[in-house]
Design a protein around this ligand. Structure first.
Ligand code: DAS
Length: 356
C-alpha cells in the first residue's frame, strides 16, 4: 500500500517537473546558431597562441556546450552550415547561407538567428543578408579575434552577447546586426578596421548600441533601406553576378581592371585613393570597359570610412560612372552584385547606392 502511494507521489512530482520544464522552455525565445567557421571556431596549440592558430576547427555543438549560460536566455540549437575560414567565402556560400536564414526566419518556432563567422569577410556577409532577407527578426553575426584556446579569448562573451541580442524583441527591425566587443553594430556600416585587436570592428557612423550582461542599450537606428524595406529578395536570387575590385595607388596601371573584365566581371569597383580618385593612366581603360557595358563604381580605400560624391574630383556624369557613397570597396562589391540581379542601368545603380 505504502509503495503504491509513494509511486503515485513520485510520478506526480516527476510530471510536475516535466511540465514546469516545458513551460519554462516555452517562455524562452528560440534562437538558432548557424556556424560557418572562422576564428570563433579556431584552435591554437597553446594558451599563449592568440594569433597563431587554425580557424574553423570547433563544431557548433561544442561552441554551444562551452557556454551553458546560453540556455538560460534562450532555447538554443546549432546547425553547421560550413566550416571554413571566411576569406574563402564565395558567392555560392553567401547564397546558401542567405537561403537557410530566409527559411529559418519564416518558421514560427524561430525567434532569432545567430551566425558565427570568420571576421575577415563578416562585414560582407552581414551587408548581403541585410539587403536580401525579408524579416523583422534579429539576425546577428558574431566572430572573434582570438581562438577559444587562447588566454582572454573573446569568442564566448561575443557569442553569449550575440544570442542575447538575437533573443530580445528590441533588436527586431534594426536590420542585420554584428555583436563584437560589447558593441552592437549595423551590418551595413560595420567593417573590420584592425586585424589583431579584440576591438576590431568599427562603424564610421558609430555603433547602434551596446550589450552588457544580456541587456541591450540602443543609441541610434539605421536609416538606409534594409530587410523588410529592401527591393531585393534572396528567394528570387540564384546567381550573384561577378564584381571585381581593383586597388588604386601611386604608379597604378590599368592591368587589374582589364584582367577583371577579361574574366567576366559585370562591374568593377575602383578602390580609389582619397575621394575615390582615378589615376589619369587608368581612365582610357575604364572608358573602354564602360563602353563594353561593364559598370564602373568609384569607392575609396581610406581606412576610417570614405565618402565619395558624384563629380567632386572625377567627371562621373561624363564617364557614366557610379559612386559608392560611404561604402568601402568590399561592401560596394556586395551591393553592386545584388543590384545587378535587377538592373544594368547606371542611373538605377546610382539610386540604389544612395538608398542602401
Ligand atoms: N581567417 C579569419 C576568418 O576566418 C579568422 C577570423 O578572424 O575569424 O575570417
Amino acid at each position: 500500500m505504502l509503495n503504491r502511494v509513494l509511486t503515485r507521489w513520485l510520478v506526480a512530482v516527476a510530471s510536475l517537473l516535466v511540465l514546469s520544464a516545458a513551460s519554462l522552455a516555452a517562455e524562452k525565445p528560440n534562437v538558432v546558431i548557424l556556424a560557418t567557421g572562422g576564428t570563433i571556431a579556431g584552435a591554437g596549440a597553446d594558451v599563449t597562441n592568440s594569433a597563431t592558430y587554425q580557424a574553423a576547427k570547433v563544431p557548433v555543438d561544442k561552441l554551444i556546450a562551452a557556454i551553458p549560460q546560453l540556455q538560460t536566455i534562450a532555447n538554443v540549437r546549432g546547425e553547421q552550415v560550413f566550416q571554413i575560414a571566411s576569406e574563402s567565402f564565395t558567392n555560392d556560400h553567401l547564397l546558401t547561407l542567405g537561403k537557410r536564414v530566409a527559411a529559418l526566419v519564416k518558421q514560427s518556432d524561430v525567434d532569432g538567428v545567430v551566425i558565427t563567422h570568420g571576421t575577415d569577410t563578416l562585414e560582407e556577409t552581414a551587408y548581403f543578408l541585410t539587403l536580401v532577407v525579408h524579416t523583422e527578426k534579429p539576425i546577428v553575426l558574431v566572430g572573434s579575434m582570438r581562438p577559444g584556446t587562447a588566454m582572454s579569448a573573446d569568442g564566448t562573451l561575443n557569442l553569449y552577447n550575440a544570442v542575447s541580442v538575437a533573443a530580445t524583441k528590441d533588436a527586431r527591425g534594426k536590420g542585420v546586426l554584428v555583436t563584437m566587443n560589447d558593441e552592437i553594430n549595423s551590418g551595413r556600416d560595420v567593417a573590420k578596421v584592425v586585424n589583431l585587436k579584440t576591438e576590431a570592428f568599427k562603424s564610421p557612423w558609430g555603433p547602434l548600441g551596446m550589450v552588457v550582461e544580456g541587456k541591450n542599450y540602443w543609441f541610434r537606428l539605421p536609416v538606409k533601406r534594409h530587410t523588410m524595406n529592401s527591393e531585393f529578395d534572396i528567394e528570387k536570387i540564384d546567381v550573384l553576378p561577378s564584381v571585381g575590385i581593383a586597388y588604386g595607388a601611386g604608379n597604378v596601371s590599368d592591368t587589374a581592371y582589364r584582367a577583371l573584365a577579361e574574366k567576366g566581371a559585370k562591374a568593377i569597383v575602383h578602390a580609389g585613393t582619397g575621394n575615390g580618385s582615378v589615376a589619369k593612366a587608368v581612365v582610357p581603360a575604364l572608358q573602354e570597359l564602360r563602353g563594353q557595358g561593364i559598370q564602373i563604381i568609384r569607392s575609396s580605400h581610406v581606412n576610417a570610412g570614405g565618402f565619395v560624391l558624384r563629380n567632386a574630383e572625377q567627371p562621373d556624369d561624363k564617364y557614366d560612372w557610379v559612386v559608392a557613397h560611404d561604402l568601402n570597396p568590399q561592401k560596394a562589391k556586395i551591393l553592386a552584385s545584388v543590384a545587378l540581379t535587377q538592373t544594368q542601368d547606371s542611373k538605377e545603380l546610382q539610386r540604389i547606392f544612395w538608398e542602401y
